[in-house]
Design a protein around this ligand. Structure first.
Ligand SMILES: O=C(O)CCC(=O)C(=O)O
Ligand SMILES: [Fe+2]
Length: 376
């Protein structure tokens, strides 16, 4: 996907806020219709919204943020015990600056956690994406991380299935239209993320927490904490309280500016990925977003959850009703040579991993022809 805007200007707009209770069984038909209309509008422009009333308990949203903060504050040597270089499945810890977006290092650290499955022994002729299946790496020092994250993934999986049904309905389709796509082998992936100011050694003023990108998958739900004072133990500067929250997660507004996704306690920032954009023939947009690094002496923690169909699934275009089809863009977006999109889900997923984590790719996937260029 072409990854537009550059530095850009701020935008006064805010992300739409949708309350899932209006879609629930207890709501009136009128509330439900309003919810679906608001969902349709949000998925077209700006392609992002904040979701409240989702029913995931605060104990769990607070718990997953707290255990993530605790992990990231462990000594580097302990975090590196589960570095993703030990995993052919791209699971585990990535240290600051080791992930690449748009060819540049991201100033964030993370743990990648996927569905727990046994690693496959590849047979000749097997598609290479099957190698993505495998076990996670869990920190021995923090056993409650595994417990909390698995509970969180199960809860978010249930929520994502409801959102998928609402998305189908918002396109004028029966709510169960996409169920068969997800029934057999749905995939969940979580990233626990911490953003810090660029440490010494990075270019001065470097603020790419994560560079501008579109999510490759189907549906993303991000839980974000506000900025918190935090000083690396080795750094002399004292953290200071901030009068206002500086920008962190930002969403391209399509006019060269950025919309701030201001943290809303307990809400999920929801957006669709490239696979769903393709399935809707671009009626819905996968929108470019980025994270700006926090100021020195602060940290930002977020938890991103990605939901998609089985790796062997190929997404078919959904049959849009005539009134929506009439609103499709007249021109086809030209293919981006730096970022081909594969309708085959496993291939598209592997493409993103290979370019974001080049060291893991070199170690375990050197036998593969490159799937793409350098843009995430
Ligand atoms: O940390 C965030 O708020 C967003 C992360 C993100 O966009 C991603 O990992 O794809
Ligand atoms: Fe993203």
């Amino acid at each position: 996907m072409p990854v537009s805007p550059g530095p850009g200007r701020p935008s006064a707009a805010a992300l739409p806020v949708l309350d899932l209770r209006s879609y629930g069984a207890a709501s009136t038909p009128a509330d439900r219709a309003d919810f679906l209309a608001a969902l349709r509008a949000a998925c077209r422009d700006p392609g992002f919204f904040q979701l409240t009333g989702h029913g995931v308990p605060t104990r769990l949203t607070e718990g997953v943020l707290a255990v993530s903060r605790e992990f990231f504050r462990l000594p580097t040597a302990v975090k590196l015990e589960i570095e993703n270089i030990h995993s052919p499945h791209f699971r585990g810890y990535t240290r600051l600056g080791h992930e690449i977006t748009r060819g540049s290092p991201d100033v964030r650290e993370q743990i990648d956690i996927g569905d727990e499955r046994p690693a496959r022994v590849p047979a000749p002729g097997d598609p290479p994406y099957l190698r993505l299946d495998g076990p996670n790496q869990w920190p021995a020092r923090l056993p409650q991380l595994r417990e909390t994250v698995l509970e969180y993934m199960a809860a978010l999986g249930r929520l994502a299935r409801v959102v998928v049904r609402a998305l189908a309905e918002s396109l004028g389709l029966p709510p169960g239209h996409l169920d068969p796509t997800f029934a057999a082998d749905p995939r969940s992936h979580v990233k626990l993320l911490r953003y810090l100011a660029a440490p010494a050694g990075f270019t001065d003023g470097y603020d790419q927490g994560v560079g501008p990108h579109k999510d490759g998958g189907f549906l993303s739900l991000v839980l974000q904490d506000g900025l918190r004072p935090w000083d690396e133990p080795t750094e002399p500067a004292r953290p200071t309280a901030l009068p206002t929250q500086p920008p962190a997660l930002q969403v391209a507004d399509g006019r060269g500016g950025w919309i701030d996704a201001v943290p809303l306690a307990g809400a999920f920032v929801v957006n669709i990925g490239e696979m769903f954009e393709l399935a809707t023939q671009r009626y819905y947009q996968a929108t470019v977003h980025r994270v700006v690094s926090p100021p020195k002496g602060h940290e930002r923690v977020s938890v991103a959850f990605f939901y998609g169909p089985g790796l062997s699934a190929t997404l078919e275009p959904v049959p849009l009703p005539a009134d929506l089809r009439a609103q499709l863009p007249d021109t086809e977006e030209p293919p981006d040579p730096d970022n081909p999109i594969f309708a085959q889900h496993g291939t598209n997923t592997l493409k993103s991993w290979l370019r974001s984590h080049p060291a893991v790719a070199r170690r375990y996937y050197a036998d593969l022809a490159p799937l793409t260029g350098s843009v995430r």
